[in-house]
Design a binder for this molecule. Structure first.
Ligand code: AGP
Length: 610
């Protein structure tokens, strides 16, 4: 996710753009930039790091005092955070400028074609391709030029373009990534999100997918990307600015839970072949012989990321048939881990800055191991120090309780496990295609399961005074139980424990008494009957059982008090949707108990100390 701001009107553009970007830093903050048209030329200033670094570079009061401009705060996906990779990007002649949020999936092909035509690139980004394409397809009119550009690029994008030849016009395009047009009097605005413009106007057009807007200070006209005029309704925004930064959600955590379908889609984007038959992870840069040489994998992480690693273990052992150890980073580094020259170390870290995980990474590298980092922050220490990086494209995760980072870590681990299996020849084509198809259908399944939110909220309300809560499951459902218990503990402060369902009777069953809430996960069909038996064990002690199973299962409801039905999918990829009700349960329990959901007590978003 990135932050975009565009302005045309009587105000000095730097005031509007900088203020707007400051309201969007939650969307990305590894670099920022501004461009304006003044005296027939496009001026650009960019700075890696926080927005304040860009402001420091705008020391010249007269700079960017023009009346048309665009700005951007970046969440890097292609190309590490740097001045050169910061937006806005320009064409070779500096006559066009562009800012972008999203992914141009076919940028490599376009870049090669443009290089062959003599274009010279100054960044590693996919976005810069658009600026050169504008030069290549220039019709002399920014609107029709951008229509021509839209026909060439594939992927998810929100673009705002500007031309030195037309200092009164911005052209905005939307395909999957959000974009709104703020409607002022004698001035108009474009932004990737409403908070950026609330100070100036509460009346907006929300561009729909496949739409574009031609914005001048005197008016806004909307079209389809094919140039057909579109009538738009004015949306009057009643939010306060703080709520607006949360996209209208009460908390960042709820916003991020609801962003998971998009985050899953973005993390899959470009990593499955167009025909859906193969995993494409060339970005790892691994040779076939290296992949075939791996004889063990050590997954090392903390907290929720460690829970993701447990799912990764199941996937890699099942499909790639490589033995996997999943280690808590704070233990691993002092456990004299048995590594060989053929051990692949995989660190999973949303922030890329967790001290224990980084220490495990550095120790492993010092021993000569190949290290892969699965991380959500492209410029993080883990991303910079690992030998290879597999990015989760979840966008910035602000809430301390990790949600969309976890589900996108799972996506990355499925892709990695299937990729290893594909190269090592340990998975047949049919199975590979079936699992990939199930992964591709997950964003929609995640959308569906979010519909269960009201029922989960009611359950949280009913059990807000619970002293203990237990999560049980077998196989992958046990790994999910661990994540569900952590979510509930860390934000509702209710004591919660996860148990392998078959383990309860070896002691913990003593704690199951009348009314104790038990969340029972039953998605692993090959273990269903055994799980059902364990559910009956706790019901026999009068526990209150909330069961999670697939839609169409009429059996479970006979043995539990309430059931949450999940959209049908392959059990092996079920974790990515099973976790969503568990996240919602923790969220609503924390809300009903009046806790600070996004900043729970004693915790930090990134634990940079040991
Ligand atoms: C998850 O909800 C917690 N905030 C915490 O367990 C977190 O997953 C852990 O600290 C690891 O963080 P990382 O992924 O940034 O390394």
């Amino acid at each position: 996710m990135c932050g975009i701001v565009g302005y045309v009107g009587p105000r000095p553009v730097r005031d509007v753009v900088i203020e707007g970007l400051s309201r969007l830093e939650y969307r990305g903050y590894d670099s920022a930039g501004i461009a304006s048209v003044e005296d027939g030329a496009i001026h650009v200033e960019k700075a890696v790091g926080r927005l304040s670094n860009l402001v420091d570079r705008l020391s010249d009061e007269g700079a960017f005092s023009g009346h048309i401009g665009i700005g951007h705060t970046r969440w890097a996906t292609h190309g590490r955070p740097s001045d050169d990779n910061a937006h806005p990007h320009r064409d070779c002649r500096g006559r066009f400028a562009i800012v972008h949020n999203g992914i141009v999936e076919n940028y490599l092909q376009l870049r090669e074609d443009l290089l062959a035509k003599g274009h010279r690139f100054t960044s590693e980004t996919d976005t810069e391709v658009v600026a050169h394409l504008m030069e290549e397809l220039d019709t002399g009119d920014l609107f029709t030029t951008m229509m021509a550009v839209a026909r060439q690029i594939r992927g998810a994008y929100a673009l705002v373009a500007m031309s030195a030849e037309d200092p009164n016009t911005l052209v905005a395009l939307r395909k999957s990534s959000p974009l709104v047009v703020g409607l002022g009097t004698g001035e108009n605005f474009v932004a990737s999100d409403i908070p950026a413009i609330l100070e100036y106007t509460r009346d907006v057009y929300v561009l729909d997918d496949g739409q574009m807007a031609v914005v001048t200070r005197d008016g806004v006209q909307c079209f389809t990307l094919e140039g057909q005029p579109v009538a738009k309704d004015v949306l009057h925004v009643a939010w306060d600015p703080v709520a607006a930064e949360r996209g209208g959600y009460d908390h960042f955590m709820l916003k991020e839970i609801h962003e998971q379908p998009k985050a899953i889609r973005d993390t899959l984007s470009g990593r499955i072949s167009p025909d859906g038959t193969r995993v494409v992870l060339d970005e790892l840069g691994w040779s076939t012989e290296f992949i075939q040489s791996i004889d063990r994998i050590h997954i090392v992480a903390c907290g929720t990321s460690w829970h993701a690693g447990l799912v990764g273990k199941a996937v890699m052992e099942r499909f790639a048939q490589i033995p996997v150890n999943v280690e808590v980073a704070s233990e691993y580094r002092y456990s004299h881990p048995l590594q060989t020259d053929h051990t692949l170390v995989v660190v999973i870290t949303q922030s890329g800055e967790t001290a224990d995980t980084l220490a495990a990474l550095r120790d492993s590298k010092a021993r000569g191991r190949r290290v892969l980092a699965i991380t959500n922050v492209i410029g993080s220490s883990a991303a910079r120090e690992a030998d290879a990086v597999l990015l989760t494209l979840a966008g910035p995760e602000i809430a301390v309780a990790s949600t969309k980072a976890y589900t996108t870590q799972l996506v990355a681990l499925y892709l990695l496990g299937l990729y290893l299996a594909q190269v090592r020849g340990t998975v047949d084509d049919q199975t590979l295609q079936e699992v990939l198809s199930a992964l591709v259908s997950l964003p929609q399944a995640a959308e569906q399961v979010l519909d269960a939110a009201p029922r989960i909220e009611q359950f949280a309300l009913d059990y807000q005074d619970a002293r203990d809560c237990f999560f049980i499951g077998r196989g992958l459902d046990y790994a999910l139980s661990l994540e569900g218990a952590l979510k509930l503990k860390e934000i509702s402060y209710i004591h919660a424990e996860a148990y392998a369902a078959g383990e309860l009777k070896h002691g913990t069953l003593a704690l199951i008494t009348e009314g104790v809430p038990v969340i029972a996960l039953a998605t692993q069909t090959h273990l269903y009957e055994k799980t059902l038996s364990n559910i009956k064990e706790v019901k026999a002690r009068d526990a209150f059982v909330l069961g999670l199973t697939f839609a169409g299962d009429d059996e479970l409801q006979k043995s539990v008090d309430e059931v949450i039905y999940l959209p049908q999918t392959m059990p092996v990829v079920a974790p990515i949707v099973t976790v969503i009700p568990l996240q919602l349960l923790a969220y609503y329990a924390a809300v009903v108990r009046g806790n600070d959901v996004d900043k729970p007590r004693n915790l930090a978003k990134s634990v940079t100390v040991e």
